[in-house]
Design a protein. Structure first.
Ligand code: SF4
Ligand code: SF4
Length: 243
């Protein structure tokens, strides 16, 4: 879990997500609203958080970092699955065979530790001609990874032992928003762990009613990533909400 310095913003964001969850929206709308709120919070606040920093090196068509493992909450994965299905429903989109690409990426990388996955250098299935084709709905993890040195990213992706100068405000804001969302999901009795994106998507796209099971409190998107320590995260969330 990313360190959260102050309980005030955490509690405020937790309550914002909790209000959406309590409003009993229709299932599709609930996921759109929850994740839309998370993405808006990130995009609306990252500018202020980084205004005194040098410009980022990130730009369209710079996919070296997209060999990293992506983790996401269940609602982020369901939203992404909807987007994939909408692309797949058009003739042009169907030609991309996204579900097959996702399944292939999962077969190649599923179960690998982060370092092993990095060594494999297998790009994310959503990189098409060097560009992320799901950019509007990319998970918080992707939004929170930004660098000041494009060459360092490329060298790290090529397996060189280099330090990539990443933006701490991006990491911290992603952590704050994602943790607050997880905390609200937990309070609502919903599964709130982090899943590996490709595995979660393979399951979300399999047509077995996984969204409905998640909405009923089930854990329908496969294993939680091993590094996610639910016990310590829950303790931290409770402390932050109590302060
Ligand atoms: S993190 Fe690095 S590789 Fe990724 S978009 Fe930014 S500069 Fe490019
Ligand atoms: S979802 Fe998009 S931004 Fe995230 S790793 Fe995949 S291609 Fe990169």
């Amino acid at each position: 879990m990313t360190a959260i310095e102050s309980s005030g913003p955490f509690r405020e964001l937790h309550l914002a997500f909790a209000r959406i969850l309590a409003a009993r929206h229709a299932p599709g709308m609930l996921i759109d609203m929850l994740v839309g709120q998370a993405f808006d919070l990130f995009e609306d606040n990252i500018g202020v958080q980084t205004q005194d920093l040098p410009p980022l090196a990130c730009q369209k068509g710079c996919p070296s970092c997209c060999i990293l493992r992506v983790t996401a909450t269940a609602p982020e994965i369901f939203l992404l699955a909807d987007y994939v299905q909408r692309i797949d429903a058009t003739p042009q989109g169907a030609a991309l065979a996204l579900p097959r690409r996702i399944a292939h990426a999962h077969r190649a990388t599923g179960g690998l530790a982060e370092a092993e996955r990095m060594a494999l250098r297998k790009p994310c299935p959503f990189i098409i001609h060097g560009v992320c084709i799901v950019h509007p709905v990319r998970p918080l993890a992707c939004r929170g990874h930004a660098s000041f040195d494009r060459r360092a990213c490329a060298r790290a992706a090529a397996g060189r032992d280099v330090e990539v100068p990443v933006s701490e405000p991006h990491l911290n804001l992603r952590g704050l928003i994602q943790n607050a969302l997880q905390s609200a999901l937990r309070s609502a009795g919903l599964s709130w762990g982090l899943h590996e994106m490709n595995h979660g998507l393979v399951l979300a796209l399999d047509g077995h009613g996984r969204r409905g099971r998640w909405l009923e409190g089930g854990d329908s998107l496969g294993p939680i990533v091993a590094e996610f320590d639910a016990t310590s995260a829950a303790e931290r969330f409770d402390q932050l909400l109590a302060n």
